[in-house]
Design a binder for this molecule. Sequence first.
Ligand code: SAM
Ligand code: DTB
Ligand code: SF4
Length: 364
Amino acid sequence: MKVNPTYNTKEALLKLYNKPLLELVFEAATIHRQYHNSREVQMSSLLSIKTGGCPEDCGYCPQAARYHTDVEAHKLLTVESVVEQAKNAKANGSSRLCMGAAWREVRDNRDFDSVVEMVQAVNDLDMEVCCTLGMLNEEQAKRLKNAGLFAYNHNLDSSREFYKDIISTREYDNRLETIENARKAGITVCSGGIIGMGEAVEDRVGMLLSYMEMETPPDSIPINALVAVEGTPLQDQKPIEQWEMIRMVATTRIAFPQSVVRLSAGRTKMSMEAQALCFMAGAGSIFAGDKLLTTPNPEFNEDKEMFNILGLIPKEPFQDGEKPVSQPDVIIEEKKKKAAERQLALEKARQEGFSPRKVVSVEK
Ligand code: SAM
Ligand code: DTB
Ligand code: SF4
């Protein structure tokens, strides 16, 4: 049961969301235990591979160039540095690495070639590789799949109606297309949203309804609490009540029994008790490590202690899908071949006595 048919209308979802809290948690916990190992929680680490300077206007995002935040823009990381940080995440218990880039969309350039190499290298470490790079066409999705990408994260963020109040530079339908492109390429889909942006409960369940209307709902659904960052239009939003986070996790769990519900941004503001209720209600994953993309997150050690207290176990990789096989990338191979041919031609010319012409300055 990918989607729960009992709750496939807005009215039914609203009623569910507003149920007495402990009844809601109990119903979610019961469903969770039918489809998942309730002691396992995946630790997934985030890595911002290209930070800041984004042309989009997402009202929540500290990486949008037009807002004046403390985020320092940084060009794409090297493959070596990504591998080093992936190894560190794995040593600390993470079985998944999610690489984020502050791009509007993927472009077919050298940076994308590097991302393809990053995907190959991290997949070789036996970690699930996820990317969130903005909009993506079908060809680009196929290239990532071929490199060994396990998941693509692209969020609808909220309901179709509320979305317009938060983002104007790209349409809700563009997002649906990117999700579809990832799906068609055979990549698992990670797609969810943010609560606490000033939306109504109707918008929260409206987002869930958008996922219900898909032919195949997302394999995993991240639920973020807004991290209100100074300099963004949403800087003054009051932190969301922990109860709302618990309700949203539980409602998502019940509506999509087979998907992994990810308790995502906003955990620094949550007590361990509130997080415990989220795990009880079916959260099957957290972002682990002291940084999300640009904002703080609990440290590995803090989460290890929480896992010990609650009796949770870090989930092994590839429990929800086979490890993709990394294939050589045709475009990179072709570029390498051409570079080798050029090098060979240069060597040959040198052997034949060719020396590059000296540039002589001509006096006027
Ligand atoms: N640029 C790409 C894109 O927008 O798809 C990928 C990176 S973007 C930072 C990924 C997601 O992070 C957003 O869709 C949003 O849901 C979440 N996010 C960004 N800023 C956030 C914030 N301040 N609080 C909570 N979630 C946030
Ligand atoms: C998602 O839904 N949440 C993560 C991940 N997908 C990429 C990102 C949260 C970002 C929080 C703000 C920041 O650290 O910049
Ligand atoms: Fe850019 Fe993504 Fe941030 Fe939007 S959420 S401003 S697209 S980095």
